[in-house]
Every structure is written in C-alpha cells, then in structure tokens.
Design a protein around this ligand. Structure first.
Ligand code: NAI
Ligand code: ENO
Length: 384
C-alpha cells in the first residue's frame, strides 16, 4: 500500500492562497462522494490527497483508480498533519468517526468537515467536543447519484450543484472562507444553512422522494410477481421517477433513520396527498384533478435548471431497437462518426419477441441533442 508522502509544513502567517500550495486533505471513506471530492482536488497544485479505508482492497483500489495519492488503514496516519479532513462514510458512522478523529492529534487550524445527507445530529455531536485549535464545519454536497463506491466517483459530480455548509454562529468566518475556497474546485455553489433547517428541507426534497420511489417500485414489483408484463411495459414515466430507488441500501437506511422525525411528518403530509387523490377519484372530480396537475406543473417549471437541485439531471435518450446482431455497433459508429460523445449505453430489455429498449447517456444537453438528430435521421424512434 502506498505510504503518505512527506510534505512541507505551511507557515502560520502565510495567506490562504500561499498555503494552497502545500496542503494535505484526508478523506475518510473514499466512496462515491468522498472519491468525487478527492478527484476534484487531486492534481491541483500543492494539494495532497490521502484516503482512509477500513479495508485493504478498497484502499488499494482508491490508489489504483487515481482517486487519491495514497491510502492507509490507519486513521491516525490519515489525519496526521491534515489541513482538511472530509468524513465521507455512511451517516450512521459519521458521529463515531468524528469522535475518533477528534481524539487524535490534529494539526493546528485543521478543518474537519463531513458530507452526510443529514446535518442536525452531527452538528450536535460536534458541539459537545472541545476543538481547541481545530474546528468542525458540517457540509453536504447536494448532488449524487444512485450509484455508490469509489468506482462511481467523478470530478464532475458537483458542478453547478449546491454545497450546503452548516457552520455554528461562532465559527470563525476565516475558516468558513478557507473551506469555501477549497470547495471552489468542485464548481458547486456554497451556501450556509442552519442544520435543523437543512434537515427539514432536504428531508422534503430528497429523502421523501427516495421513499416514494422505493415504495412505488416495490408496489409494482408485487404486481409483476403475478404478471411479468408489468416490467416489460414499464415506460418512461415510471423509469423517470424511480431511478433513485436503485440507491445504496446502507447509505439510505442511515439517512432515513437519522432524519426520521422530519420524515414521519413528511409522510403524514404525503398521506394527505394520497387520500385527497382517492377522494377526487371516488367523486370523479375531474376539475380538481386537472387543477392539481396545473399547480404541480407551474411549480415544477420554476425549478432551477439542470443539475441545480438535489436530484441531478441526466441526459438520456431512449430508443426501441430491433433485437438483431450489429445494431449496437451501427448506432455507436454513426454517433462516433458525427462526433457525438456517448458516455454510457445500456440495453434495458432484450427479448426476441419485443424490441429492446436502449438507453444512451450523454454528458450534456448539447451532445444529447446532437445524438437525437443523428438517430432521428436514421429513422429510430427516439424519446427522452
Ligand atoms: N449517494 C449520494 O448521492 C450522496 C451521499 N451523500 C452522503 O455521502 C456519504 C457517503 O455516501 P456515498 O459516497 O454515496 O456512499 P458510498 O457507499 O459510495 O461510500 C461510502 C464509503 O464509506 C466506506 N465505509 C463504509 N463503512 C466504513 C467503515 N466502517 N469505516 C470506514 N469506511 C467505511 C465505504 O467503503 C465507502 O468507500 C453519506 O453520508 C451520504 O449521506 C451526500 C450527497 C449525495
Ligand atoms: O440521485 C439523485 O438524483 C439524488 O437524489 C442525489 C442526492 C442523494 C443524496 C443527497 O444527500 C443529495 C443528493
């Protein structure tokens, strides 16, 4: 396993920009989020990335993939002399790691932060600890994906997303500025919120949708057990609103349990919505139903543009493809010859008696629209 490299100590009175040329960043738990942050920082002048893992194979993988400069199974070694420490494990482990890191010798001025999807309980834990010359500032990058693990890490994950910080009223503004400046490498927009308010809002716009997606998929899966046509016919709308149901079970178990008090209220409010639909259908209240769609459309149309909300936008096209050899090659060749960059391709359903559904993913809207034009020209039925 690679060792943490020796590095120069910054002078205490150097301006922040100068210190940027020699800083150690420790990432505790190098998965999707920790790894993506590491990739944002890695290779920037003077920044050294050290990953801590609890498994040798994962430590090795994080170095092999070029996500961190070095990796260690020793928490003490990882945090020793670190200027910034990012706690990036599932929420259920964050408070324990916070206590363990706090108990270790930390560099003067070290900023400890986390990336957990909930903020209130870790802020409360941090408040109980005496940080002396170090400090804790809670954080939550409001972008992610249904994928997990270091293999899914990408430096583009946070671009244009919000990155919430939850400093205490007494946190030194210079420390907040230092963390914000480091986070500029993510190209996310940093905002500060009070931890309780964060959990209420994020519970509603991220955690509740994950519950609804999972409940919906499991409901349909139950019907599918008695008739496989449910999955075969599952179309765009179902796919659109259930992508996040494929999220990591451990990560989401921890988030939901941690934010359970907000979620219990949110689910009761959700029940009111469901009951109201039941009532409108029983009364055949067409006007009431249309009004709800109109209201929802108005609100949704005002949502921030692509990738600025908690649920990152994907640039996917779907097309029905006949199940015959060579079709994938033809599509990729045509796109390649027209200079379209395809970032992923997936056959979702492939059986002899039905056309296959192909999903083509692109990095941005421009590539997606170029592909749409090429494929429509080839007389494929293309839909987003
Ligand atoms: N998944 C998402 O879209 C987002 C997740 N978050 C937050 O980021 C944090 C990490 O989530 P992901 O990166 O998605 O999960 P992940 O599963 O990709 O990464 C978690 C990492 O923690 C490591 N880990 C697990 N148990 C450990 C232990 N006992 N000791 C040390 N390391 C351990 C895993 O090996 C893995 O590298 C969570 O707190 C989550 O709430 C924040 C924003 C978005
Ligand atoms: O996959 C998606 O679109 C998400 O919902 C991303 C996400 C997941 C967890 C977070 O705490 C923040 C953002």
């Amino acid at each position: 396993m690679a060792q943490v490299r020796a590095r120069q100590q910054p002078e205490r009175n150097e301006p922040y920009e100068a210190r940027l040329t020699s800083m150690k960043i420790a990432v505790i738990g190098v998965g999707l989020i920790g790894g993506s942050l590491a990739l944002c920082f890695r290779g920037k002048p003077g920044l050294e990335l050290v990953g801590y893992s609890n498994r040798q194979d994962l430590a090795d993988l994080s170095v092999e993939l070029g996500v961190v400069d070095s990796a260690t199974l020793s928490l003490e070694e990882a945090v020793q002399d670190a200027d910034f420490i990012f706690l990036s494990t599932p929420v259920g482990l964050l408070e324990t790691y916070l206590e363990q890191v706090h108990a270790l010798p930390l560099k003067k001025g070290c900023i400890v932060t986390d990336v957990g999807s909930t903020k209130d309980s870790i802020a409360a834990k941090a408040r109980q600890l005496d940080w002396e010359d170090a400090c804790f500032i809670g954080g939550h990058p409001m972008a992610g994906s249904e994928r997990s693990g270091v293999q899914a890490a990408t430096s583009l994950l946070f671009e244009n997303a919000y990155y919430v910080l939850t400093p205490e009223p007494g946190t030194d503004p210079a420390r907040i500025a230092a963390l914000t400046e480091l986070l500029s490498h993510t190209r996310a927009k940093v905002i500060c919120l009070e931890p309780g308010q964060h959990d209420e809002i994020v519970g509603a716009i991220s955690h509740l949708p994950h519950i609804i997606a999972v409940a919906l998929v499991n409901q349909i899966s139950g019907y599918h057990d008695s008739n496989p046509l449910y999955r075969t016919l599952a179309a765009g709308g179902f796919r659109d609103i259930t992508r996040i149901a494929s999220s990591d079970p451990v990560v989401w178990r921890d988030i939901l349990l941690n934010n359970r008090f907000n979620l219990l209220k949110l689910l009761r409010d959700w029940n009111v919505q469901v009951e109201s639909f039941i009532d409108q259908l029983e009364r055949e209240d067409g006007e009431g139903i249309s009004a709800r769609f109109r209201d929802a459309g108005d609100f949704r149309d005002e949502l921030p543009e692509r990738r600025k909300g908690a649920i990152a936008k994907t640039y996917d096209l779907y097309l029905d493809v006949p199940d015959h050899p060579g079709i994938i090659g033809r599509i990729t060749t045509e796109l390649g010859s027209q200079g379209v960059n395809l970032s992923n391709l997936q056959i979702i359903e492939s059986r002899e008696d039905v056309p296959g559904l192909m999903r083509l993913s692109f990095r941005d809207e421009i590539q997606m629209e170029r592909a749409r034009k090429v494929l429509t020209g080839l007389e494929f039925d293309v839909y987003a």
